[in-house]
Design a protein around this ligand. Structure first.
Ligand SMILES: Cc1ncc(COP(=O)(O)O)c(C=O)c1O
Length: 393
């Protein structure tokens, strides 16, 4: 069997018609097929490759760490340097109250860990999230999703989940003394980049503090420079009780985290002990990669450039006729008239060597979130290719 036949017959698929793009190597914003075909990755493997594919500093960190050791012991027992150095580097970019890190394998595991932590800390059962919000695919995260299309087939879900509307001030009253936590993104990414209102987040923070529940910000997609600051919450003057990071955090390696204060996090260590355990969480090679990635993100001017590049891309898209765009930094949603048009456009983009995508809860909008390392020349090249597609559309 050739690779495509093996893929179609033996690799689990989650759509009836997978894209099936064959990739042999990747560098910067580019993916290359076995035949040398070049694609511009304008979605960063869905907001993962923020510092580009195969960043040399990350590759080097992985090589060096893997030659020393890879895995030692399940979570939180041994002291080792890629993990402690990563914690030290994170402390420098976070407010003092977010000083304790639980490293996980994936974003959804960070979500689950945060739910458990909130229940354990508050002694309450209710988790509130927004309708049509994506926090992962495991049972708890799926229960928080608030979308019948994706939930119905998997019932019964985890009890205790309630939902509110994103950005709707009146729904904040549904948060009460029974609520353990509210989980929310500052920019609802999978609804098609719906930007949170500054005032809404002030009120949300106030309410959570009043009723004594924990506020969880899911920055798995919006974090690590994507929106023009290291974390999107910096633009809202609010600090969560628990922060979730993932995707771009690992520079391409599977690592995420739920982050809280030491006093909150320590409740996972007693009554019962081993409140959350994970064999590979905080894996040394993944931590080394994340540390290297964080160092790149922290380089002088790196994140400052994100907004300028985002604006440049936004304006160029408008110039070639895409007028309905929502954007924060280098996270863009471009509205088309219909799902049909959007899917057709995305398909033709791929034929022309540019990879874009749609959103889970908004199939009428096109996702554009390139590596933050994209140059202005590469943005120009993308726009030229987009224009060619548009001419034949
Ligand atoms: C906002 C958000 N939270 C959580 C997740 C889940 O992360 P993972 O796919 O690593 O489990 C995602 C993934 O798309 C996400 O976008």
């Amino acid at each position: 069997m050739n690779p495509r036949q093996l893929f179609l017959s033996h690799i689990a698929q989650t759509t009836p018609n997978p894209l099936g793009i064959e990739v042999e190597r990747a560098e910067g914003v580019y993916l290359y097929g076995p035949d040398g075909k070049e694609y511009m990755d304008m979605i960063s493997g869905i907001s993962v490759s923020n510092v580009g594919h195969c960043h040399p500093q990350i590759v080097q960190a992985i090589q060096e760490q893997s030659a020393k050791f890879m895995h030692l012991m399940v979570y939180g027992e041994y002291v080792y340097s890629p993990q402690t150095k990563l914690a030290e580097a994170l402390l420098e970019v976070l407010p003092p109250s977010l000083d304790n890190f639980y490293f996980t394998n994936s974003g959804t595991e960070a979500t689950e860990g945060a739910f458990k932590l909130a229940k354990r800390y508050t002694g309450r059962a209710e988790i509130i999230s927004c309708f049509q919000s994506y926090h992962g695919s495991t049972a708890g995260a799926l229960s928080a999703m608030g979308d019948e299309t994706y939930q119905t087939a998997f019932r019964p879900l985890v009890p205790g989940h309630s939902h509110i509307r994103f950005n709707e001030v009146e729904d904040i009253a549904k948060i009460t003394e029974h609520t353990a936590a509210v989980i929310i993104e500052l920019i609802s990414a999978e609804k098609g980049v719906i930007i949170g209102d500054y005032n809404y987040f002030q009120l949300l923070r106030k309410r959570c503090t009043e009723v004594g529940c924990l506020l969880i910000f899911d920055e798995i997609q919006t974090g690590c420079g994507r929106t023009g600051t290291m974390f999107a919450f910096e633009q809202y003057d609010v600090i969560p009780d628990i922060l979730l990071i993932g995707k771009g955090f690992g520079g391409g390696m599977p690592i995420a985290a739920f982050i809280a204060s030491h006093s909150v996090m320590k409740t996972l260590s007693f009554d019962p002990i081993l409140g959350h355990i994970s064999t590979y969480g905080g894996n040394a090679v993944c931590c080394a990669a994340a540390l290297a990635c964080l160092r790149v993100l922290k380089e002088k001017g790196f994140i400052l450039e994100v907004e300028s590049k985002g604006l440049y891309l936004h304006q160029a898209m408008e110039r070639i006729g895409f007028s309905k765009i929502r954007r924060k930094g280098l996270l863009l949603a471009v509205d088309l008239d219909s799902q049909e048009k959007n899917f057709k456009l995305i398909d033709q983009c791929i034929q022309n060597g540019i990879i874009t995508d749609w959103f889970l809860f908004n199939t009428q909008s096109m996702r554009i979130c390139p590596p933050l390392t994209i140059s202005y020349e590469e943005i120009d090249k993308f726009i030229r290719k987009m224009e060619e597609v548009k001419l034949n559309f």
